[in-house]
Unconditional design. Structure first.
Length: 279
C-alpha cells in the first residue's frame, strides 16, 4: 500500500509558531509578515508559493510580503533567476537590524517634527484676541506675543516677569518698548526676582518702570491696560512653558487683585540693592 508524501508547506503551523507570530506582531510586523518569517525560520529554504501555502498568505500578496521582509532584513533571497527561494535571517540578527532601523527612523521623524514645529509656529499666528476669547500658545510664541502686547499698552502694563522675557524689557536699548512707553506716560509696574547676576539689567529697567523684587514664581503674566492678559507657566529653569492669551474682564480682575497684593509684598528695588550689597 503506497503512502501519500506530505510536503512541509502542507503542514499546519504549530502552537509555538502561532505564539511566535504574536510576538512579532507586538513589535510592529503585520500578520502576513510575521507568519511568513516564522514559516521560513521553521523550514529554511522555501519558494514564494510554498511560503504562501504554509503561512496562509494570499498568493497575490506573497511577493510584496517577502519584499518587505527582505527590505527590513528579516529574510534573504537566493541569487537565482528561476524559482528563487527565500531564507530566514536568524532571529537575533534580524531583530538587531530591525531595532537599528526603528531607531534611525525615530531620530529622523523627531528631527522632522522639530523643524515642522518651528515653521508652523511662524506660519500660523492666531488673530488678535478679542474680549471673551482665549488662545493657547506654545513656548516659541510666548516671548513674541509678550513683546507685541507690551507695545500696544496705552495706560498701564503690569506683570510678573520671567528671565526668558529679558529681550522684551531690555532698557539698555533706546528703541526698547518700555523706553517708548515711559515717554507716553504708560504706568509700568513689574515684579521680578532680583539677584546679583541680573542687578545691572534690572537697574537699567528701573529707570523706566517701577520694579520690585519677589521670590521666584512658577508662573508669569503680563496685564495690558486691564483688558488682556498673557499668562504662562514657567519651567524650573525659568523658561516659559505653554501660555494662554485671555481677553476676559473677570480673569483680568482676578489677576490684577493678585498682582496688587504681591506688588505690595515685593521689596522696592533700592531696598533690594542694599540687601545685595550687604551680602
Amino acid at each position: 500500500m503506497s503512502r501519500t508524501k506530505v510536503k512541509c508547506y502542507q503542514i499546519p503551523m504549530r502552537d509555538s509558531d502561532e505564539a511566535a507570530v504574536q510576538e512579532l506582531r507586538s513589535i510592529g510586523l503585520n500578520s502576513y509578515e510575521s507568519r511568513a518569517y516564522v514559516s521560513l525560520l521553521r523550514y529554511e529554504k522555501l519558494t514564494p508559493m510554498q511560503v504562501a501555502d504554509l503561512a496562509k498568505v494570499p498568493k497575490p500578496r506573497i511577493y510584496d510580503v517577502l519584499s518587505k521582509l527582505e527590505a527590513m532584513r528579516f529574510v534573504i533571497r537566493e541569487p537565482r533567476k528561476r524559482k528563487p527561494k527565500y531564507l530566514a535571517i536568524p532571529v537575533k540578527t534580524a531583530l538587531k537590524h530591525y531595532d537599528e532601523e526603528l531607531n534611525r527612523q525615530y531620530i529622523e521623524k523627531a528631527k522632522r517634527i522639530e523643524k515642522a514645529s518651528l515653521k508652523l509656529a511662524k506660519m500660523i499666528t492666531p488673530a488678535a484676541p478679542k474680549v471673551g476669547t482665549a488662545y493657547v500658545l506654545d513656548p516659541e510664541q510666548i516671548t513674541d506675543w509678550a513683546s507685541k502686547a507690551l507695545a500696544k499698552a496705552e495706560k498701564k502694563a503690569w506683570g510678573i516677569i520671567p528671565q526668558a522675557w529679558n529681550s522684551v524689557f531690555d532698557a539698555s536699548n533706546p528703541k526698547n518698548t518700555i523706553v517708548a512707553l515711559k515717554k507716553k506716560g504708560v504706568e509700568l509696574k513689574f515684579l521680578r526676582k532680583v539677584t546679583k547676576g541680573n542687578l545691572d539689567f534690572i537697574k537699567e529697567m528701573g529707570k523706566y518702570a517701577e520694579v520690585r523684587h519677589c521670590l521666584e514664581s512658577d508662573f508669569a503674566f503680563l496685564d495690558i491696560d486691564g483688558k488682556d492678559v498673557l499668562l504662562s507657566a514657567v519651567t524650573p529653569d525659568g523658561a516659559p512653558d505653554v501660555g494662554i492669551w485671555i481677553g476676559h474682564p473677570s480673569m483680568m480682575k482676578l489677576l490684577e487683585d493678585y498682582f496688587v497684593l504681591k506688588f505690595k509684598e515685593g521689596t522696592p528695588l533700592n531696598a533690594r540693592i542694599k540687601e545685595l550689597s550687604a551680602d
